[in-house]
Design a protein around this ligand. Structure first.
Ligand SMILES: NC(=O)c1ccc[n+]([C@@H]2O[C@H](COP(=O)([O-])OP(=O)(O)OC[C@H]3O[C@@H](n4cnc5c(N)ncnc54)[C@H](OP(=O)(O)O)[C@@H]3O)[C@@H](O)[C@H]2O)c1
Length: 338
């Protein structure tokens, strides 16, 4: 490990999950700094993002993969304070944001150097901490896997979520026509402000009927779905020929009921899904490299930007989880470490 330019403490404050369960089970605690292995960088965390997978992990429904930190937290931004042997691309003192394999809810976090990116020009740590989890996920699922192309159309479910606000903007920036669903009029307005041609309040309208009406009965080329089982049949019916359904979440359950899968044959549909966290280091690095090349210029030009609903102090992490679970937020919840 290279010598840090500052004297590092031996202990840090982190969010300890005493046992799986409610938000109150998360408490601030003191513990040792994480070990910096070969290829890792150690980041002094200035801000970190809260994501729905953190809520699932807190409840015990999404255990960390083998070898990952048991501490919650999948994205951080701050300053590089130490480098593991062989870690390249960054120096001590650089300001970065990174996709973490865990351990982000802490004053110090180790990540593979291959999962870090420089802060986009003009960005502070708060704004940058809102980027990694949703931008890696949307890039991997919408562009790499579902292959959304300029001139095509996409339906983004959960359009006002952290993932949804990212997907709407990126799809629009890369020349697609965007539809979105959301659960209130205010959320729908936000989706349209971000670039959706038409947002659908799913509590009042059927997204299939609206999308088919809006597209002259053709349907959309891609659907990014976080609802899962409950939407499966209607998603198939909403896709155009050669359409691609990318499932990234199961907020509406994993069981499929009442779906006519004949459309998969007659319309040559592709059904796919993925989870980011268990992906290999090489896969995460490949996504990181594509983001640096294709998306960082858009962030720096201001064409795309994270939507930050709330910025809260580290100490209020339980309230931040409650805010996310209440579901009234639009965009991201970010925590700042003083
Ligand atoms: N596969 C992956 O690699 C990956 C990575 C990151 C996140 N995800 C998934 O992507 C989804 C969004 O994550 P996020 O961090 O952006 O979450 P988020 O900001 O908390 O947004 C979730 C939104 O989904 C909507 N929703 C629809 N049905 C819901 C239900 N039954 N229960 C709760 N919310 C419901 C809610 O808005 P409405 O008011 O519109 O209903 C809610 O605001 C989650 O399912 C998460 O697990 C997947």
């Amino acid at each position: 490990m290279s010598l840090p330019t500052e004297m590092l403490p031996t202990e840090m404050t982190y969010v300890d999950l005493r046992s799986p369960g409610g938000a109150e089970n998360m408490v601030l605690a003191r513990g040792r700094l994480p070990q910096v292995d070969p290829g890792d960088i150690l980041i002094r965390v200035e801000a970190f993002g809260v994501n729905r997978p953190d809520v699932l992990q807190r409840k015990g429904d999404y255990p960390p993969p083998p070898g990952a930190s048991p501490i919650l937290g999948l994205e951080v931004a701050g300053e590089v304070v130490a480098l593991g042997d062989g870690a390249t691309g960054f120096s001590v003192g650089d300001r970065v944001c990174a996709l973490a394999n865990g351990g982000g809810y802490a004053e110090y976090c180790v990540v593979p150097a291959t999962q870090a990116l420089p802060l986009p020009k003009g960005y502070d740590a708060v704004k940058a901490a809102a980027l990694p989890e949703t931008f890696f996920t949307v890039w991997a699922n919408v562009f790499d896997m579902a292959g959304l192309k300029r001139g095509e159309s996409i339906l983004v479910h959960g359009g006002s979520s952290g993932i949804g606000t990212t997907a709407i903007q990126l799809a629009r920036a890369f020349g697609a026509e965007v539809f979105a669903t959301a659960g209130s009029a205010a959320k729908c307005t936000a989706c349209e402000t971000l670039g959706a041609k038409r947002a659908i309040n799913y509590r009042e309208e059927d997204f299939k009927d609206v999308v088919l009406d809006e597209t002259g009965r053709r349907g959309v080329d891609v659907i990014l779905d976080m609802v899962g089982g409950r939407y499966f049949g209607r998603n198939l019916a909403t896709l155009a020929k050669d359409g691609r359904l990318s499932i990234i979440g199961l907020l509406g359950g994993a069981r499929v009921e009442d779906a006519n899968i004949a459309a998969i044959l007659t319309k040559r549909l592709h059904v796919m899904g993925s989870a980011l966290r268990p992906r290999s280091a090489a896969e995460k690095q490949a996504i990181r490299d594509r983001l640096a090349e294709r998306v960082w210029p858009l962030l720096e030009a201001g064409e795309v930007a994270p939507v930050i609903h709330a910025l809260m102090p580290f100490e209020e992490i339980a309230d931040a989880h409650r805010l996310m679970e209440e579901g009234g937020h639009i965009g991201k919840i970010v925590m700042r470490i003083a």
